[in-house]
Design a protein around this ligand. Structure first.
Ligand SMILES: [Mn+2]
Length: 319
């Protein structure tokens, strides 16, 4: 298995109340990645961390790092704070689509496999705020146009229930899949963020299988939370069995992309936080691999629930 990290979490972060950690340049962030045990993948935020493609590629090569993905940010610019792809103003939507296209150009220039986009600012805070009919159709058109551009760089869409809008438009894996079915472009996929999936009251393993069985590609972000908010906690600190089950089904689906860490150290030591995340993610992956997959599937086929419970107790919880 391959692990990486969204490098924005290696510098300064902030929430409504506090600032955490120290600012870092892209080079400094890449140096930190190379110090984390088991990480060699990088997800970089376009256009704020990416810089000149040739220089960035050289830095990556120098440190033996690989691109997991380019993450295009279409929420930071002030005109996109209230939404980007779903806004009534065509100029605002077009500039967001153009940013996704530029991210694809960048991904091609540096050799990144795909672009992922989490349209967090699209949605609503209060009822009677947006025209749902227009908002949905604008997003289908916008993602359709962005997906058509440079199809050799697939576009992955990351759903999330809440934040930055109180209710995001793509509030679940199913909603993202419905959008991609409307778009109808095979060069698309869903970024399954474990914490987003939990916040949407999903089971991440089932969500992953649903993405593949719907005919789309999947890319995984790892983290954990309390299901109420997207806390970006260290992996498996709240949902150990979910984590192992996700790994089991990732193996069943022959998942071979990066497991990219979307977790925030906040009050914890940065390198050690990611070392613990790396260790539990690899551990959960290897644990899932050590299970007798055929016999588990056979017990499911036979609806042998007692044996399944016993197997989980003995082989996963090890009690
Ligand atoms: Mn994520």
């Amino acid at each position: 298995m391959k692990q990486g990290v969204i490098i924005g979490f290696l510098g300064k972060t902030q929430d409504r109340f506090s600032e955490y950690q120290k600012p870092a340049t892209t080079r400094e962030k890449l140096e930190i990645v190379s110090r984390i045990e088991g990480f060699d993948g990088v997800e970089m935020v376009f256009p704020y961390e990416t810089g000149d493609p040739a220089e960035t590629k050289q830095m990556m090569d120098e440190m033996n790092l690989c691109f997991a993905a380019i993450n295009v940010n279409i929420k930071k610019e002030s005109e996109w704070v209230p939404g980007a792809l779903t806004r009534p103003d065509k100029g605002i939507r077009d500039r967001a689509v153009s940013m996704i296209k530029k991210a694809k150009d960048y991904a091609r220039a540096v050799g990144a496999p795909h672009v992922t986009c989490c349209p967090l600012s699209d949605g609503y805070d209060i009822l009677f705020q947006v025209n749902y009919r227009q908002a949905w159709n604008y997003m289908v058109d916008a993602i359709g146009e962005a997906a058509d551009y440079l199809p050799e760089i697939p576009l992955f869409i990351e759903p999330k229930y809440s934040e930055t809008r109180v209710h995001c438009q793509l509030d679940s894996t199913a909603k993202a899949l419905l959008l991609l079915k409307e778009v109808g472009n095979p060069a698309t996929g869903v970024t399954l963020d474990m914490g987003h999936s939990l916040q949407s009251q999903e089971n991440p393993a089932q969500a992953l299988v649903t993405i593949y069985e719907s005919g789309f590609d999947a890319y995984i972000h790892t983290n954990d939370n309390d299901t109420k908010a997207d806390w970006d906690l260290v992996g498996a600190s709240r949902h150990f069995l979910h984590y192992v089950e996700l790994m089991f089904w990732a193996q069943q689906c022959n998942y071979d992309k990066y497991f990219t860490t979307d977790a925030s150290p906040r009050i914890f030591d940065v390198v050690e936080f990611f070392n613990r995340h790396s260790e539990i993610t690899l551990g959960a992956y290897n644990l899932a691999k050590s299970l007798d997959h055929n016999s588990l599937l056979e017990m499911m086929r036979n609806e042998d629930f007692n044996s399944l419970m016993k197997y989980v107790n003995k082989e996963i919880y090890r009690v």
